[in-house]
Design a protein around this ligand. Sequence first.
Ligand code: ATP
Length: 599
Amino acid sequence: MMNNQSMPFQPIDIALAKRVCQWHNATNSQLLMQSVLATSFALQQGHTCLSLKDCLQESPFNEMESFGFQPFPATDDWMAALSEFNLDPNSQSPIILHNQRLYLRRYFQFETEVLNFFKRHNQRITLDSKQAATARQYLNDFFAPSAEIDWQRAAAINALFSQVSLITGGPGTGKTYTVTRILATLVAISPSMPLIQLAAPTGKAAQRLAESIREAKQSMSLDLFVGEAIPDEATTIHRLLGVIPNSIHFKHDENNPINADILLIDEASMIDLPLMARLVRAIKPSTQVIFLGDADQLPSVAAGSVLTDLIERPHPGYSPERVKALAQFGIETSEISAQASTFRDDLTELKRSRRFDGGSGIGKLAKAILNGQPQPGITLFETQTDLEWLSTPLDKALKQWTAEYYRDLPSQRSLSDAFLQLKQFRILCAHREGEQGVEAINETISKQLNINRQPFYKGQPIMVTQNHYGLKLFNGDIGLVWPNESGQLMVWFESLEGYRAVAPGRLPSHETVFAMTIHKTQGSEFSHVAMVLPDAASAIVTRELIYTGLTRAKNAFTLVASSAVWKQGITNQVHRWAGLSSRLNQNDLEEGSEKGSKL
Ligand SMILES: Nc1ncnc2c1ncn2[C@@H]1O[C@H](COP(=O)(O)OP(=O)(O)OP(=O)(O)O)[C@@H](O)[C@H]1O
């Protein structure tokens, strides 16, 4: 029956489809079998469900015949045919049909948990007159009067008055600047010293969050007790939840929630749906939560695009109560009132980049990319000095970059100088494989620098590719090979306490890192970024990928790509099927669908 040649579906999809058909006593139903198969496949592509409408426009779902299957019927006929089975959210079926979307049951539960958290936790906070006076004084100190709407101040007001708030903004829009001031204000109005926890999806992002918060704290003259309450350390979401070795469960859940009065989660765009469900499950009702992130960046590696789904664009406006509160705290405008009964008091978008001023090519190019404009983007390379479109062949460029940034790494005066030099530049690729991929580029540069092919050499940058909780090393952490006082080569990592050395033999999985994938660089920044795109068009090259790669650059950006691949990438947007945003607009909690064992 099946032609397995070039079939995209994996044995795991087929095995699951068969099991679900058995569960429904429907081993003869070709349509049910194919529907589960397609849902399982969609999940592996990053979707949280199979959209019975949208999938009919897309490969491989619209070419099932070419794999020896039957074509899927039109959406209405498909729904009608599936109505023969009980796929209701309240049933125990392993596959759920909801609003023309098919879900594996546990993903429907994850989505429902996230949704219900945002509905339940979306309560308004009221301040007494003393708290309001203190908050006003702090906000006036932190945010200068402004003729235009100051979205940073608005974000602060929204966070003060909401049990959960979401702040999104591009690079340098002042997310950390704003949130440090929010935390300070929250501490100042708290009756007792609140317990604040800071977390991010990866160790690297947590480290960067902690550094940024410490820097921001130092630049503010805070009362001692306020400064002390804002932590200098951040953790990963996994550690916050308490990893149980060899288990998908965490120590903290609804029965043993995270101990925090205020919880700040950074880089929220990197959180996938299962992790978000496990996180919100462990948040107690009294915890005030702030999510920070850039909704335009690449979504999580695993299924879902939770932050993007939670952000409504354009913003539908604020409730009359919130408009009043905003006015009382310095933002007087009716421009932001909701026109209808739907409003999003929990949501603020920071729009003005403080890092990229009006003259910055990187900032302008980021805007052109987000607007889906490849041609104006190309023109910017001709006019902006911080942008360069490289016409030289890649191997010549690699020689040039090696000479400029890497050859003298071992002769830097100190480890900290070597780290500074390393952060100056990074090559970012879309793929790992292929001539323009991470592996080939790392190999080419390694050959130039490590002629004797030593396993470890002074000045070698190393990226850890596996979490090691004992050594406090996380997937994506970057270290440098450097001698210790007795001349022995060690791998050094930056930490809040300074540098720490790990013997090369103790390192978990790792690789040499001159180039890395754009996915891996989320949460990092470099002075100069060179982005190398593949020769031929690729589904991986998307607007979000290019935007994420570009916005890792602070001062200079070099592109190695053909104009065809650039254009194709900018017009190719990531879309992930999910029900989160449409379900968020329905008012009721969906209790029934949360039933069942927690996964
Ligand atoms: N209102 C402001 N007034 C003065 N400087 C500001 C203001 N907002 C932000 N900045 C400065 O702009 C720079 C970028 O701010 P910040 O690091 O908070 O942005 P971000 O959105 O967290 O960036 P990224 O996402 O790239 O980390 C910082 O140097 C910060 O001090």
